[in-house]
Design a protein around this ligand. Sequence first.
Ligand code: HEC
Ligand code: HEC
Length: 495
Amino acid sequence: MSPRAPGLVGLLLGTVTILGCQRAVRYPGVGAANAPAEEQKITPLPTWSWQLPWLPPEADVPIVFIAHGHKDWDSLPAFWNVFPPPAAGLRTIHFAQSPLGGAAAMVLADRLETVKIKVPLGLPDPTSNIPAANPPTFGKWKLGREIFFARKLSSGYDTFSCASCHQPDHGFAEDRGNTLGGTRNTLGLINSAYWRHQFWDGRAGALEEVVVRSLDDEAAAEHTSSSDRPQETHRWGGLVRALDADVDFRFRFETVFGLKQPTQDAVAKALATYLRTILSGNSLYDRAEHERLRQQAPQLRAEHFAMFLDGPALAALEPGVADKDSVAKQLVRGHRLFHDKGCVACHRGPLFTDHDFHNIGVGESSRFRISGQETGRFVQVPIGLKEARLVGAFRTPSLRALPRTAPYFHDGSFPDLLRVVKYFNHSIAGNIYLAEPLRADPTGLAKALDMDSDDQDALVLFLRSLDGGPVDRIVAAPGERRGMAPGERRGVSPP
Ligand code: HEC
Ligand code: HEC
């Protein structure tokens, strides 16, 4: 052994100790500065992460998704349908959007064999995207909905519910982008059942992973450094503890999961099951496209749109305009531009996304000049899989609920659709990592699309026509008041 070895070991030990201390600083005890003494040290219990059931969970009702093309689709009258077992002697029950129907559906669904969800026209079957570990059931769904609307999340001295930011009456996004102190625009949760990566930078895979990731998250419900705050990280530590402290919730976890107490794993499963039912389709575009396919027409034509442009549809699309033929013509023009100007290169398929990530020059996308300070998808992909094109790249968003989810882009910097279209038309901030389809040349200079102002209006109108129907009331409104503070936002107003 060389005489210098003990010194090296000492240095190593010292480094380890220092790194250990820094970690302690990153995750300070709860309310280290001001909170009462008994709250200062929270040691996360391993059982908060996951447990095996100690009781057999109560028999739960499976939820199945019936998408367009399935033989039962046509015969299902509305989104949420309950099929009683034949022995019950009841006929198919249909509960559309009425509040009373909703309440009755809740009571009945508990006693029936299967809850069938009619996936709205235009959307594919989400079943293949559901992890085998978490088959959807009515019990998990109902618990997930309760957690979603319960004010049990905390950051500093503020408490939120998921719905504080993911507001049902704003496409489950935030009306003003991000008002609670994070830098990324709150994503709308409509149709999130389909995304292959979660978040703007895709740092989570399954919907089950978005709220809590590990026991570390529980260690501190009050985060001091800005990079640790759940508004930034979206790791809502403290949620399991808050639910554990609530007798009603403890009871619900016992009946649904057979657990002695809530766990991170069970919370994730319940929330994801609920989130998968936030669906919206049957847009004007979907109906026109369906009609085109029925007629086996090679292209969308104005009459395909015009058939569905009744008074309410017109009013929703373009308030104050009553001439349905001219609106239908504009929609066809917008649809052509969407294809001819290359939007479909990335916004393609029934969900208008390629599930990929691109640098389009907005916001953080141009901050990459110092190595180690890149942003976007590049930071999140594992070492060995880094690709230059992912520097400053963000997820291609779906375009299916745009009128409800303003402002736009990962930083929420664009307040309306016309400005987004103008940006793509001639103001893209060129950079060396700019996405290939938007480039004019290898240096990253952006293409100009040469759309005049009528073209731009038509494209905006087409984007608006992709907006689907309202999320079913059973999903969008909190069912029970449990855990909700007085005056808390209570879901959507009836359509
Ligand atoms: C303080 C506001 C806030 C609260 C509270 C909040 N979120 Fe979020 N949520 C966001 C923001 C901002 C994003 C986008 C973050 C990003 O991409 O980095 C997001 C993203 C998501 C996503 C990813 C969606 C997608 O398309 O990839 C899901 C799912 C989600 N939140 C679910 C929830 C659930 C469930 C809760 C409650 C446990 C919750 N959120 C609470 C602000 C919030
Ligand atoms: C190279 C792929 C690509 C092309 C081509 C493309 N987009 Fe996008 N689009 C994206 C990405 C990626 C984002 C999110 C970028 C961000 O936030 O940094 C986005 C964002 C958007 C948004 C904002 C959505 C939201 O929820 O915030 C709209 C609207 C949009 N695009 C419409 C269009 C239109 C219209 C065209 C054609 C003129 C087009 N896009 C062409 C990839 C593309």
